[in-house]
Ligand binder design. Sequence first.
Ligand code: DQA
Length: 144
Amino acid sequence: MKLYIINGPNLNMLGVREPDKYGSESYDALVKKISEHLTALGVDAVFYQSNHEGDLVDKIQEAYFEKADGIVINPGAYTHTSIALLDALLSVKIPTVEVHISKVEEREDFRQISYVRLAAAKTITGRGFQGYIDACDFLIGGKK
Ligand code: DQA
């Protein structure tokens, strides 16, 4: 089994950006946490972070050509703006979980729209880094 773990803009700044909302741990620490969890379960993972919308579209398409079994995606601010990411996910039809570190539903009005959500089997918010682990477990559970 192979999962793609995709993070969008500014998530490379974890630990630096607004620690009150996103915590004090780095992107590398996030990758380590997920990687250790998946390795223990014998699940392969591809990690990717980009600040560029088109690069994220390319990665979603790559997941299709590489026969990924699931996608965990935190599209960052593109969540609220990107029809291109939605269309990419609808194109590949790979089971997807949308993750947000913060509790977006309790934040600004402009964060209440999620285009990506229309293509996601599940959305997890406000659970910090654990949300990514829960997303992986959901996708792995669906495969069993
Ligand atoms: C986020 C929430 C988004 O609204 C924001 O733009 C982000 C991070 C989260 O993980 O809580 O960049 O996706």
